[in-house]
Design a protein around this ligand. Structure first.
Ligand code: GAP
Length: 438
């Protein structure tokens, strides 16, 4: 983990929030490459689960909702963790995270009795900080998909089964922090609420679980590093009939990556009751009304990003790319899937002191940048530049050399195989497109 954290900082993926003031625990800023990576992951989610599905639509709800939402959803009462305080050093911890039953800071075994701590962040609507104006930052995106259920179904003329998807900022005042971006206080959640006829929920659950897992594999996670955890009935969330976590083997062991829950008709029924608005569905054939059941696949984008980084990170002792400085140091290759790699191609003029070579390289850069995220780099030996690009997972390196001036072709080097090919510049865009699509 230390190596991944260091790479993320050194190469502009992730920084601690407000670091110049000492940082804030469990809050992270995403740098230029981190944003590209996160956006690519989100795009893949949208492509696979919205664009390519006939019956899933996307919404973008607000972070702050009517306070009644959280009362009705059960979050005010149930979205709690058991908090204990160490009597000696006054450190505060989640009781269920104290594996050794001793304080992780001072090793004392004496704690106060557990108190329930609500994880939702509070704020106030309007200029006066008074109880009646209390509002909450959403801890999950799901609720706006329930409160808008009827409007979306009617306005988009959707028939059950159908899904509503959302990616959005979510907030949790986590007590236990650590493990980098695995557990943050502010993160992007990607969720789908899939509405089905009661009785068809068990089958839909199993299909979504398979679909969800294959999405992570398609993004680059190894199947053998994933496993499923079936929540025992007694520890299910207040809304759930069945929940299965998909766990990934992080450097510290298996931990929850994502989940699929059967939320039954709990949320729609509760909101219908509390708001007095009908949140049911009329079957177009039988004309019977019912409240659909909901299958919910969910994943935190940052947590997924961490798993993908862990999976992609490879250190090659002694290095594989010769540098002119003949440095035999460790080389890092970030073998991110080409779909999500932040930079698709780097344009590298062999030398920077020959204006014709530099001019040609800039032409290649200008040709590609409207189509992909491309970097231009002319600093240091070519070997060094290959290493720099491999370390951030750049899929292809394109070298412009003296021959380019004669044959109008560049050398394209593949990050993973290091194979090199000469490509005629007028064909370059098409060739890269094909390689990225395959
Ligand atoms: N709507 C269901 C729901 O919110 P959850 O298991 O509480 O379920 C869903 O959270 C997913 O969000 C988790 O599987 C995990 O990927 C991610 N997640 C939860 N808490 C997180 C945190 N503090 N930081 C980053 N990701 C988190």
């Amino acid at each position: 983990m230390e190596k991944i954290i260091s790479l993320c900082k050194r190469r502009g993926f992730v920084f601690q929030s407000s670091e110049i003031y000492g940082g804030v625990e469990a809050l992270w800023d995403f740098g230029p490459l981190g944003v590209l990576l996160k956006n690519n992951i989100k795009q893949e989610f949208l492509k696979r689960f919205v664009q390519e599905k006939d019956n899933v639509v996307l919404i973008d709800g607000t972070v702050i909702m009517h306070p009644k939402v959280w009362e009705t959803s059960g979050h005010l009462k149930n979205f709690i963790d058991p908090l204990v305080e160490c009597k000696k050093c006054h450190g505060r911890f989640r009781e269920d995270h104290l594996i050794k039953k001793r304080c992780p800071k001072c090793e004392s075994a004496e704690f106060t009795p557990a108190k329930n701590f609500n994880l939702m962040f509070k704020t106030f609507l309007g200029p006066v900080e008074e109880e009646s104006g209390t509002a909450f930052l959403r801890p999950e995106t799901a609720q706006s998909m329930f409160t808008n259920f009827k409007q979306i179904q009617e306005s988009m003329r959707l028939k059950v089964p159908f899904g509503i998807a959302q990616i959005g900022r979510s907030f949790r005042n986590e007590i236990t922090t650590g493990n980098f971006i695995f557990r943050s206080r502010e993160f992007d959640l990607a969720e789908i609420e899939y509405f089905v006829k009661p009785g068809e929920d068990d089958l839909a659950f199993n299909q979504w679980l398979d679909d969800w897992e294959s999405f992570f594999i398609a993004l680059g996670l190894k199947k053998e590093k994933l496993r499923r955890y079936e929540h025992p009935k007694k520890s299910l969330a207040h809304y759930s009939k069945r929940t299965v976590d998909i766990e990934y083997e992080f450097p510290w062991g298996f931990a929850e990556l994502a989940g699929v829950a059967n939320r039954t008709d709990f949320d729609l029924s509760q909101h219908a009751k509390a708001s007095g608005q009908a949140l049911d569905y009329t079957d177009p054939d039988s004309k019977k009304k019912y409240i659909p059941y909901v299958i919910e696949p969910t994943v935190g984008i940052e947590r997924l990003m961490l798993a993908l980084l862990v999976q992609a990170y490879e250190e090659i002792k002694g290095g594989r790319t010769t540098t002119t400085e003949s440095v035999k140091e460790e080389e890092i290759v970030l073998r991110l899937d080409k779909k999500i790699a932040p930079i698709k191609a780097a344009v590298l003029p062999l030398v920077k002191n020959k204006p014709e070579v530099v001019k040609k390289a800039k032409e290649v850069y200008d040709l590609l940048k409207p189509h992909f995220s491309v970097q231009y780099d002319e600093a240091g030996s070519i070997g060094r530049r290959y290493r720099r690009q491999d370390e951030i997972g750049t899929v292809f390196c394109l070298t412009i050399d003296f021959d380019t001036l004669k044959d109008n072709a560049v050398t394209i080097r593949d990050r993973d195989t290091m194979q090199q090919e000469r490509i005629y510049i007028p064909r370059l865009l098409e060739v890269i497109r094909q390689k990225l699509d395959n």
